[in-house]
Every structure is written in structure tokens, then in C-alpha cells.
Ligand binder design. Structure first.
Ligand code: B12
Ligand code: SF4
Ligand code: SF4
Length: 386
């Protein structure tokens, strides 16, 4: 493929990016990610994986195991909004939860795949012999390690790739190619002495600069399907999916809100939904409302469980009848157990009676444990002080 001027093609690709709906594009070599491999091995040994990563660490770090004779990796970034316009208020009687910004608008997997397809078509017009393997999030490669190598941003203390232009409000994707394009250089900016994200993380999940214990991360916890411990339920707050704290506090994100990608514009009622209707939402309704967003990939159960947790954290008295409904009638033990916790947190006579009654009828061991703890919580947290 020597007949091509690769430097010229690269420059033209960068010039064309905006037109293709791509906010940043860079090129990385397709060499093995040696230091990442060592890092991933250590990460696993320390038990800090989320379990959502590709398990084969060779595939994660050696592009030649994913693609025949790779010559380069083209990395892209798409910037997304970080602010809602006139968000609805969360108030007593109408409490609301919050979805992470990365789950606002249309599912980013779909949007980035669309942009990668456009870029591939653009490249194919110029280089008909092109071969590519594109991926976003669910591919084997570490999207962040590729983006860092391609010069899209630095690997920050909150783990995010921060683009000097867009901050960390970016989604990442890439394509491995057979095009021998010269790689870009990594950016020179860094976090410096700042540690705001580490200090602000509610659970101490950022165990060091750029080091996450995923099992403690609220983003991970909101995506699990089982019972969450009392300590972490309290820290989940009103988050329904994901967590943005370590990005919201980041000075590099100050004032950054990217509203130019049409598919990524948030719908306030989906981004900050009322909690009560979520408790009884049906499968079809959930799919119709959230199916096109990236929050739906684990189904409705984690989001419903988190809605129950949020009502408990708000100590929302008006939710007691509905929570009793979940405690008594929900077919899923995790939902019943979580409703028990929430009722214990809210307290009051009605909640106490319902918990006592449920204790007599509950047959699931884990849910029974949760009910027993909730009754204890009632006794210790809501003692009458004369
Ligand atoms: C598993 C996963 C998670 C897990 C674990 C996250 C984590 N930090 O490991 C959970 C569920 C917690 C999660 C949460 C989130 N995620 Co996520 N997640 C992934 C996924 C699928 C794999 C990440 C992974 O392999 N982690 C393992 C770590 C060890 O490796 P890494 O972060 O990929 O690589 C870096 C480190 O290895 C580091 N490193 C390398 N060598 C060394 C050596 C030392 C000593 C140190 C300290 C570090 C270090 O540098 C690499 C490059 O930055 C990627 C998609 C993908 N295929 O890559 C998305 C991805 C990382 N997630 C993303 C997003 C948006 C999020 C959330 C912001 C969502 C939310 N709002 O809740 C949070 C942020 C949490 C956080 N602080 O990281 C984006 C990040 C975009 C960006 N700007 O960086 C990605 C890239 C998806 C995408 N395609 O856009 N995620
Ligand atoms: S996403 Fe939330 S819990 Fe996870 S590291 Fe960031 S601040 Fe901590
Ligand atoms: S808050 Fe500070 S340390 Fe954390 S990612 Fe942002 S600049 Fe880096």
C-alpha cells in the first residue's frame, strides 16, 4: 500500500472529523500494550476488577490477537452534555433519582458505532484495500489506553481520559486498521498536584491516583443486581445508574457542557426521573422509555432497586405505602429485601408494622435477613426521645 501518502491522509482525516460527527481523532500504534498488561494482572490479583471487563488479558493488550497484521489504531472521542436545562426539582412527594451523564440521550455505543462506520466509509473511499475492526466499550481493548496512546487526552487520577479541549465528558471508541499511519504523540498535560476527585469519592474507591477498586465504585454498585450492603446503600444516595462525582468535582471539567451532538441531548424526565413510578414499571414500559439509552443494558432490576434505595435515603414518608407494596408483593427477593431496608430507614408505625408482618411470611433467607436488620434499624435509629 505504498502508493498512499499516509501523512496527508491523516491530516485530511483530522480535517474531516467534525463533518463526520467526530469530536477528536488520533492515531495509536498497534504495538502490544506492555505496561497496561502488567497493570491489569496486578489489578486482577488485588481483586479490583468489576467483572465487566474482557477476561482474556492477552486479548486486551495485544491487537494482533484481534486482527490480522494490525498497522495502526484510530481512536475517536465524542463529547457529551454535562448539564440539564431547567431540571425538574426533586421535592417531598415528588422525589427524583439521577442517571449518570454517560446514560443521558441515546446509547453511546450506537452513536459511536455510527461515527466509526462513517469514518470507515470515508477511509474506504480513499483506500479501497482498508480492513478494520471497530469497537466501543464492549470490545477487548482498553478504550482509555488506546485513547491515551493516540493523544486524545491524559490518563487522569479519577481514571478518566481527560481531553485538554473537552474535559472528561467524552465517550471513546476505536478501530484497528491495516493502514500504516504514523502514530500521534500522547498529550503532555496532567493532573499535577490536584487530588479533588480522590478526596470527593464517596466510598474511597479511588484507592490511589488512577487506581480504582471497582467493587467499591458506586458506578459499579448501581449496575449490580443483588443486595447492596447498608454502608453502600447509604452512599448510593439517589443515583439510579452510574456515578459522576469524580468528574463533577474535576477542575478540568469546569464550564464544559457539550450540546452539539444531536443524539446525545438529555430528556429531563428520563435523566432525572420521578422515583415512585419506577417501582412498578413494567418490562415493556421500561424498554420503551429506557431501551434506547445505555442505562438499560442490565435490565430494569438494578434501576428499580436503586429507586427503592433512593426513597429510603430521602426518608420519603409519602413512599411508605408503595414500598410496603414492594415488600409484600414483588416477586424478586432482592427488591423485597431492599424495600425492607428503605422502610427501616424511613421509620414510622406503618413501616414498622409492615416489617413485622413481612417477617412472619417472608420465605427467602436473604430477604428475611434484610427485614430483621431493618427492624433493628427502626429500633436504633428511630428511638423515641422524651
Ligand atoms: C469495566 C469498566 C468500568 C468499571 C470499572 C472502571 C475502571 N476504572 O476500571 C465500572 C463499572 C466501575 C465503570 C465505571 C465508569 N465508567 Co466505565 N468502562 C469499563 C470498561 C468496559 C473497561 C475498563 C477497564 O478495563 N478497566 C481496568 C483499568 C485497570 O484499565 P483502564 O482504565 O482501561 O486503563 C487505564 C489504566 O490501566 C491506567 N494505567 C495503565 N498502567 C497503569 C499503571 C499504574 C500504576 C496506574 C495507577 C494506572 C495505569 O491507564 C489506562 C488508560 O487510562 C471501559 C471500556 C473499555 N473496553 O475499555 C469503560 C469506560 C472506561 N467507562 C467509561 C465511563 C464513562 C465510565 C463512568 C464515568 C460511567 C459513570 N458515569 O458511572 C464510570 C467512571 C468510574 C471511574 N472512575 O473509572 C468510559 C470512559 C471515558 C473516559 N473519558 O475516560 C469507557 C472508556 C467507555 C467508553 N468507551 O467510553 N466502568
Ligand atoms: S464514579 Fe463515583 S464511586 Fe466511582 S470512583 Fe468516581 S466518585 Fe468514586
Ligand atoms: S479532579 Fe484533579 S486529580 Fe482528579 S482528575 Fe481532575 S484534575 Fe485530575
Amino acid at each position: 500500500m505504498m502508493k498512499y501518502d499516509w501523512d496527508k491522509l491523516k491530516q485530511e482525516m483530522k480535517d474531516a472529523a467534525k463533518e463526520l460527527g467526530i469530536d477528536a481523532v488520533g492515531v495509536a500504534s498497534a504495538e502490544v500494550f506492555t505496561t497496561l498488561k502488567a497493570r491489569l494482572v496486578r489489578h486482577r490479583e488485588l481483586g479490583r476488577e468489576s467483572g465487566f471487563e474482557e477476561p482474556d488479558l492477552d486479548k486486551r493488550t495485544d491487537p494482533s490477537l484481534l486482527f490480522d497484521d494490525p498497522q495502526s489504531i484510530i481512536a475517536i472521542a465524542i463529547a457529551y452534555p454535562s448539564k440539564l436545562i431547567d431540571p425538574p426539582k426533586s421535592e417531598p412527594g415528588a422525589r427524583r433519582g439521577i442517571m449518570a451523564r454517560s446514560a443521558w440521550g441515546e446509547d453511546y455505543h450506537k452513536v459511536l458505532r455510527n461515527r466509526l462506520e462513517r469514518l470507515e466509509a470515508w477511509l474506504r473511499e480513499r483506500v479501497p484495500e482498508i480492513r478494520v475492526e471497530s469497537m466501543v466499550d464492549t470490545g477487548a481493548l482498553s478504550d482509555r489506553a488506546v485513547a491515551e496512546r493516540a493523544g486524545l487526552g491524559w490518563s487522569a487520577k479519577n481514571c478518566a481520559i481527560i481531553s485538554p479541549e473537552f474535559g472528561s465528558w467524552i465517550y471513546l471508541g476505536e478501530m484497528i486498521t491495516n493502514l500504516p499511519i504514523q502514530p500521534d504523540s500522547p498529550v503532555t498535560e496532567s493532573c499535577g498536584t490536584c487530588t479533588k476527585c480522590i478526596d470527593a469519592c464517596p466510598t474511597g474507591a479511588l484507592v490511589g491516583p488512577g487506581e480504582l477498586d471497582a467493587k467499591k465504585c458506586i458506578s459499579f454498585l448501581t449496575q449490580t443486581k443483588g443486595m447492596v450492603s447498608d454502608e453502600y446503600m447509604r452512599k448510593i444516595g439517589n443515583r439510579l445508574y452510574g456515578c459522576d462525582t469524580c468528574q463533577v468535582v474535576c477542575p478540568e471539567n469546569r464550564g464544559k457542557n457539550w450540546t452539539h451532538q444531536p443524539e446525545l441531548q438529555p430528556d429531563n424526565e428520563l435523566a432525572k426521573p420521578l422515583l415512585l413510578p419506577l417501582l412498578t414499571i413494567g418490562n415493556r414500559e421500561f424498554k420503551d422509555m429506557y431501551g434506547f439509552t445505555s442505562s438499560a443494558w442490565r435490565g430494569k432490576k438494578p434501576i428499580q432497586r436503586n429507586a427503592v434505595i433512593a426513597l429510603g435515603n430521602f426518608k420519603e414518608k409519602a413512599a411508605v405505602p408503595d414500598l410496603i407494596g414492594v415488600l409484600k408483593d414483588d416477586p424478586r427477593p432482592v427488591l423485597r429485601g431492599t424495600a425492607a431496608w428503605s422502610l427501616g430507614r424511613i421509620g414510622g408505625e406503618e413501616a414498622a408494622e409492615a416489617l413485622q408482618a413481612a417477617m412472619r411470611t417472608e420465605s427467602d433467607a436473604e430477604a428475611r435477613d434484610a427485614i430483621a436488620s431493618a427492624i433493628q434499624m427502626l429500633d436504633s435509629e428511630h428511638e423515641q426521645h422524651p
